[in-house]
Design a protein around this ligand. Structure first.
Ligand code: ATP
Ligand code: MG
Length: 240
């Protein structure tokens, strides 16, 4: 199964969600691979403290083999393909979008066979860009992580319609919601679902303890019973 996480605005919590979801599935005995396709602002290597030599970009540029860009996280069955920052969008490295897609599929197929992977999780760039849409086009399930900020919501509508056009009906998660505004949030969520028919997986409140990790810890490994992890587990059940 291939899952991807997107957002319109930056900083909605994609990398945190992807990292914790991957850790949760790996702890539950699945074989998981996280791929950082956010080449404009990669973050997965920081979250997992991966000291990389070769990255997704090197593989896409044909300067190394697929096996050189896969890093196992500690003794978990969790494999990570980090990215380094690149000024070009992934698709700009190829002549046609189909070439970019084929190269990504080559990587996925290699990792799947070599490490017997059950789940691939893609952390995507915020905004509407070609690499995010390319990933959306490859996966079985795309999820948009939005905040309830109106700038974000308007963009989430657009992103969601683009997913529909690609034939990948997107799921939606609201993250960082204010704890004291549940009524307003319920209203926003209802409007959204009514207007778009989007599959809402749930919402996660702003969690001070997650904000205070500054992406230096993975809650699912450190404190798996925390509020954030409990919500994430419920959302994952709806997704998988
Ligand atoms: N539910 C939450 N409550 C509080 N803080 C959160 C929550 N989810 C994520 N964060 C924090 O928000 C910040 C941004 O999160 P993260 O890096 O995961 O966002 P992102 O969507 O990947 O950002 P970008 O678009 O820049 O890649 C991080 O400091 C993270 O710890
Ligand atoms: Mg990120």
């Amino acid at each position: 199964m291939l899952l991807s996480f997107h957002s319109y605005k930056g900083g909605t919590g994609k990398t945190t969600f992807v990292g914790n979801l991957g850790a949760m599935l790996a702890r539950d005995g699945q074989k998981v691979c996280i791929v950082d396709t956010d080449v404009s602002g990669p973050g997965i290597h920081s979250l997992f403290d991966i000291k990389y030599e070769k990255t997704l970009i090197d593989f896409l540029q044909d300067t190394c083999n697929a096996k050189d860009v896969v890093y196992r996280y500690k003794d978990l069955n969790l494999f990570i393909v980090p990215s380094r920052a690149c000024e070009e969008d992934i698709s700009a490295l190829f002549e046609t979008p189909q070439d970019a897609k084929n190269k990504m599929l080559e990587l996925i197929n290699f990792i799947k066979d070599e490490f017997n992977i059950d789940k691939f999780i893609f952390d995507c760039s915020p905004g509407i860009n070609k690499s995010s849409l390319l990933t959306m086009n490859i996966v079985n399930k795309a999820t948009i992580i939005s905040t309830i900020d109106v700038q974000d919501i308007r963009g989430t509508y657009i992103l969601s319609s683009m997913a529909d056009k690609l034939g990948t009906h997107a799921n939606l998660v609201f993250n960082r919601t204010p704890r004291d505004k549940q009524k307003e949030i319920d209203g926003i969520v209802k409007d959204f679902s009514d207007n778009l028919g989007t599959n809402l997986l749930g919402s996660i409140a702003f969690d001070e303890s997650i904000a205070r990790t500054w992406s230096r810890k993975i809650a699912m490994l450190d404190d798996p019973e925390c509020d954030y992890c409990t919500h994430l587990r419920e959302i994952a059940q709806g997704l998988i």
